[in-house]
Design a binder for this molecule. Structure first.
Ligand code: PEP
Ligand code: MN
Length: 353
């Protein structure tokens, strides 16, 4: 797959790309108030949920199409770009009709291949950036399958959102980050931008900052953070939304490490590791040679290969030396047991030759 940039005109290529706005559009006043505050704080892309997938019926399921003209006003009054979640063909048509600039597909939708295909078909022939959230279940292939469906519809401006994974019993996070999954996705599709959603991972305001920092340290490209002019009054996800001013403070505190420089440093450290590993292999080889000479001696003097007291002595000495050097007992034991096993195997081979 060959992707194109999701950066909209006028948005510079600087980490993090920031998308912010309320979990849900609730009223024209709330949408515009939040948007103006965000725009004043430098945010360029405004998100709001128009249709809300809720766990149980009867909850607030989003204002629906009446909220789309509010998004249009956001665009006209603040110059921000707008993004909404789409889950059906109709959502796609309505969003496009109302000039929405960017779409995202939610975690419940990306877990469903039928829904993904329906959205892909609705997007066929359209050129708009689409962000695909990870499926609620930790299934990388399903996530990639969803990306492929959208790609096969002709969409090239694709990004992904890492929003964590559902678990039955989750104490610290609302959705487990399982960072290794987006990291593996980066290895498989290195050109694909990854945006972290610390609001939905953490589920709590105070986790937004540390999760955002972690995402930046892992080289993610952007952040989508829920914000509201009055987070405590929010109709959905109130615990994980911050005010536009708090968002600004969070973003200002982030330390963005220069990836080019750290790549150079990393390369030089990796070269050192390669050299050390080579030395280790040479040493192991030397040790095996001495062990073979011992086997030869044992054979000539008709001695048994394994002398357990000598092995015990080696192991306890190495553990003591290793722990003095700040390595764990378990680690030293594992390493020396493996070395000993290989040397015994070689000695037996030689004696029986
Ligand atoms: C959202 O972004 O408000 C949302 C519903 O997210 P998710 O699909 O990640 O649960
Ligand atoms: Mn939400």
């Amino acid at each position: 797959m060959k992707f194109e940039s999701i950066l909209l005109p006028g948005i510079d290529n600087k980490r993090p790309l920031v998308i912010s706005g309320p979990c849900s559009a609730e009223s024209e006043e709330q949408v515009l108030k939040t948007a103006h505050q965000l725009a004043a704080n430098g945010v360029r892309i405004f998100r709001a949920g128009i249709w809300k997938p809720r766990t149980k019926p009867g909850g607030f399921e989003g204002v629906g199409v009446i909220g789309l003209p509010w998004m249009k006003r956001v665009k006209e009054e603040t110059g921000m770009y707008t993004a909404v979640e789409v889950a059906t063909e109709r959502h796609v048509f309505e969003a496009l009709k109302h000039g929405i600039d960017m779409l995202w597909i939610g975690a419940r939708t990306s877990a469903n291949p039928f829904a993904m295909q329906e959205i892909a078909d609705a997007l066929s022939g359209i050129d708009i950036p689409v962000l695909i959230k990870n499926p609620v279940n930790p299934d990388l292939e399903l996530w990639i399958g969803g990306i492929e469906r959208i790609y096969n519809a002709g969409i090239r401006r694709i990004g992904v959102i890492h929003r964590g994974f559902s678990t039955y019993d989750n104490k610290l996070y609302r959705n487990l980050p399982a960072w290794h999954i987006p990291i593996e996705l980066r290895r498989r599709l290195p050109e694909l931008p990854i945006i972290c959603d610390p609001s939905h991972i953490g589920g709590k305001r105070e986790l937004i900052e540390p999760l955002s920092q972690q995402a930046m340290d892992l080289g993610f490209d952007g952040l989508i953070i829920e914000s509201h002019c009055c987070p405590d009054c929010a109709w959905s996800d109130k615990d994980q939304q911050v005010t536009p001013d708090t968002l600004k403070e969070i973003l200002e505190k982030l330390v963005i490490r220069n990836t080019i420089q750290s790549t150079e440093n990393l390369c030089s450290l990796r070269r050192q590791i390669d050299e050390l590993d080579e030395e280790l292999l040479q040493l192991l080889c030397k040790r095996m040679r001495v062990s073979s000479e011992i086997a030869q001696y044992k054979k000539e003097n008709n001695m048994p290969v394994l002398q357990t007291n000598r092995y015990d002595e080696i192991l306890s000495k190495r553990v003591a030396q290793g722990t003095d050097m700040d390595m764990s007992e378990d680690f030293i034991k594992t390493v020396f047991e493996a070395i000993h096993e290989e040397s015994v195997r070689k000695q037996i081979e030689l004696i029986n030759r």
